[in-house]
Design a protein around this ligand. Sequence first.
Ligand code: PEP
Ligand code: MG
Length: 896
Amino acid sequence: MGEWIRDFTEGNMLQKDLLGGKGANLAEMTSLGLPVPPGFTITTEACRAFLTEGELPDGLLEELTEAIGRLEAAMGRGLGDRDDPLLVSVRSGAKFSMPGMMETVLNIGLNDRSVEGLARTSSSDRFALDCYRRLMQMYGSTVLGMDSDAFAAELDAAKSQAGVAADVDLDSDSLRGLLSAYERLTLEHSGTVFPQDPQAQLVAAVLAVFSSWNTERARLYRRRERIPEDLGTAVNVQVMVYGNRGTSSGSGVCFTRDPATGRRGVYGDYLENAQGEDVVSGIRNTIPLTELGAIDKPSYDELIEVMATLENHYRDLCDIEFTVEEGRLWILQTRVGKRTPEAAFRLAHAMAKEGMIDADEALRRVTGAQLALVMFPRFDPDSQRSLLTTGIGASPGAAVGRIALDSATAAAWAAEGESVILLRKETTPDDLPGMVAAHGVLTSRGGKTSHAAVVARGMGRTCVCGAEALEVDLAERHVLVRGGEVLAEGQVISIDGSTGEVFAGSVPVTDSVVVRHLEGADDIGAESGGDLVEAVGFVLDHADDVRRLGVRANADTADDAARARRFGAAGIGLCRTEHMFLGERRELVERLILAEGAAEQEAALARLLPLQRADFTEILEAMDGLPVTIRLIDPPLHEFLPDQTDLAVQVALEDDRGQEDLRNHQLLEAVRRLHEQNPMLGLRGVRLGIVVPGLFAMQTRAVVEAAADRLAAGGDPRPEIMIPLVATVNELALVRSGVESVVASVLEERGVHLAVPVGTMIEVPRAAVTAGQIAEAADFFSFGTNDLTQMTWGFSRDDVEAAFFSAYLEQGVFPVSPFESLDVEGVGSLVETAMRGGREAKPDLHAGVCGEHGGDPDSIHFFDQVGLDYVSCSPFRVPVARLESGRATLAHRSSQ
Ligand code: PEP
Ligand code: MG
């Protein structure tokens, strides 16, 4: 074994770090006795040494010569020999496949003399010349960095001159002409001649692979995919075999099962008289693999056997590249195959049933992201579409409908049975009826935690936010698309909530059988996806068996609560109460704000009380027997008042016409008084609870009275009261004593006993840092990671995503928005600090998270690690959170 080079006979599939993915798999197949053309791998260590030193490490060239010598001896041919040349391919192969790196140079060893030898041994001038022109082309574009279009243009010119359509129809004379043209091109573009020395070709190709680790595209890809910069790539050098030696030869790709559906069968494509690159480039039409059985039965049968061997060995779907050279089968590459999300579930389930893998492994093989994709309606992948613009994919799914520019229009059209997309600059709580009625929501401002995004996710409504290229013109009732197009209200568009894409017209949609099943449908037959439903059920059940984290839902209506329960939620982790003050009740809030003196304030509160009580009764009933964390009102009061400019205009007009309205004057005065430059950092949350104590007291009373009503009805209510935006224990202690005295008096009035825990959100950095003190006054913590992210980064959550996150993502400032996936180093460190402080003060402190990160797969793994008790997320993400919590347990176990 050399220091820098390993023969394929020396390695195995576990050595991906050293040999790269491709090299490790080639070694593994060689040791399985499969027909792999001989070769060797130059290790990633050699690449790392080259990248640090700027030159090939000592001894590599000598080892390379020896390794080639071994190949020559084994094959009985010499590299570039003039009579019977050995030819090799050079391919890169990093641990992770990485677009942007140099990939392949074939036919190394050909030059002006050995091409004649190849022509004689293959009895085909045409074949030898074609191999040589492919080498020049690949060498030019990948080693010399020439533009591959220049070669393609020469090839096209040669074809049109010869009057043929396909490459294979070029005769020897045309190919000779093409070779001269390629030689000229190489000299012109690179200033060097194509090297005739085979050793020089080989070394240059190896150097080019090593250097391509640092291309701009490869670097960007690594930053985005969080692949470490210092891994380096391996280089595989392998004896060439040819699928383009006439009709008894060919190349193909195959899968051991269908990568689209996961079902059993023979899946693959074959192309006669072709090299591997021709199969993927689509220059000629391939035939289905099964037809190889009729053309060359022995090779086909052997391939089917190889497929079975590989699948049993890898215990997974394998993707295989092969070549048949004059009736002899060669396997060129295999790897665990990529698959669609639904195939991932079917494969995991089927392989577990077949005993190939255990249930833990089945759970490891699927992801929450894949589950999300099978849970939402999708656009038919084969359909035609015309892209208008791309915004931020804020709530997954696919929705088609007529554009409605305000909530009332959306609701009215939906009531007539129309499918509607509500398109707004941004949404406010006022848009709720329209959002409920619409199939999808599209905004031109805001990001993943904007009002539109959070509410749409909660309802399972498809949503795209921050599509900045759209300018809504309400006066003209149309939308301008940057670049000129105008969409009139009523026109049909389609939006993809996963990718953020907005399409003109109607794109066909496929519904999710998984959701239909979770919602209780029991009529899903095998053809329509019954096996997918079963597979998802199998994996979710196992996730439930192994997971430590509880999963609750963010829900603030009885309907959402009931759905969350059907989807497997063990309670509500966040019941926001602000939506309960909208619609017809808004006027009561206005009265509360305008009240002059305690009596008027109490009267307004007294009218709100029964309405709130009814809200809570319904929710507690839907979640009977399970905890319901009710958060007292959080947003600034002015959100419940009319828009300042609108109201000012109205008042001025009324005054002008002599129709002065006293109430509107008072209202305007209140709006002005409550206006804040920075409302997210203003009078909201616990601060409001301290300044307007009657509001928190009324809500607490409503909660406890609702619970008492449920007890009287024989129910098992488990309300918990949560205080938002706490920054110091003093705030919590103050509010808590008010809440506790209301709880005590209602329980006494009603003559019932009930424990009502009082806890706090941890969403202000100061609260995280002083969590030890805050825990003294809290029965539980719930991390509000939306606000915690906003305040830790100083990012306004409603503004920054659309404003500049695309620049940040493109330039690699972060790989993903911190509002989507928890910023573990920054915000995560505050969560960890708070957990440590809280649990030191109170070892059995119950803790969860209710920010949007509670439904994000990566973040869930982090929350599991730092010891939270549960995550809470929108009802539609509950199954995803169950699955990822199970996977987190397994990951945690294997890292210990
Ligand atoms: C949070 O801040 O994470 C949270 C859950 O509260 P809201 O999104 O309502 O501010
Ligand atoms: Mg918050």
